[in-house]
Design a protein around this ligand. Structure first.
Ligand SMILES: [Zn+2]
Length: 176
């Protein structure tokens, strides 16, 4: 087997934490913050569990990293790895925390992420370099697998309800 590149190694760590979310029924998205070649913080999407719009993987990982360094400004050289292209909120948080480089896996399919626009906007006098498509296939497969099984579950639930209704309708007819 081919050896993983440095970027792929850290993306694998993000995939691993995303899988934890998958087990908890969340849309599987994972993120890690890397400093001096070490993972210093991890996060995964927990929106369903926490019922918070801000509970994205990147926010979780960035918050943890800030806590770890006891500073809202992360030390120079911090990188963020995330399995899916960041949304504008997470790009904003990355810029605020002064993340230097963002690597993401799967591309946001509708192209509405504004990732490069925000990266280039020089908001806060800070630029963040963005590299997309690291282990893209694995990252995409993780997400599409989740949505396929979710749709399957919804379909089964619908059929179950339909069958239950038919039983009920039949029994009502008999009652008459
Ligand atoms: Zn986000």
């Amino acid at each position: 087997m081919r050896r993983l590149t440095r970027e792929e190694k850290f993306m694998r760590a993000a995939i691993k934490i995303a899988q934890k979310g998958l087990q908890e029924g969340e849309v599987p998205i994972g993120a890690v913050v890397v400093y001096e070649d070490k993972v210093v913080a991890k996060g995964y999407n927990r929106r369903a569990k926490l019922q918070l719009a801000s509970a994205h993987a990147e926010m979780m990982a960035i918050d943890k990293a800030c806590k770890k360094f006891n500073s809202w400004r992360l030390p120079e050289g911090c990188e963020l790895y995330v399995t899916l292209e960041p949304c504008p909120m997470c790009m904003g948080a990355s810029l605020n925390a002064r993340v230097d480089k963002i690597y993401f896996g799967a591309y946001e399919q509708k192209g509405r992420s504004l990732t490069s626009a925000l990266a280039d906007a020089n908001l806060l006098n800070h630029k963040t370099e963005v590299v997309g498509g690291v282990l893209q296939e694995e990252c995409s497969a993780l997400l599409s697998g989740f949505f396929i099984s979710m749709r399957q579950k919804q379909k089964e639930e619908k059929e179950r309800l339909k069958a239950a209704k038919e039983i009920l309708d039949n029994s009502e007819e008999k009652d008459i």
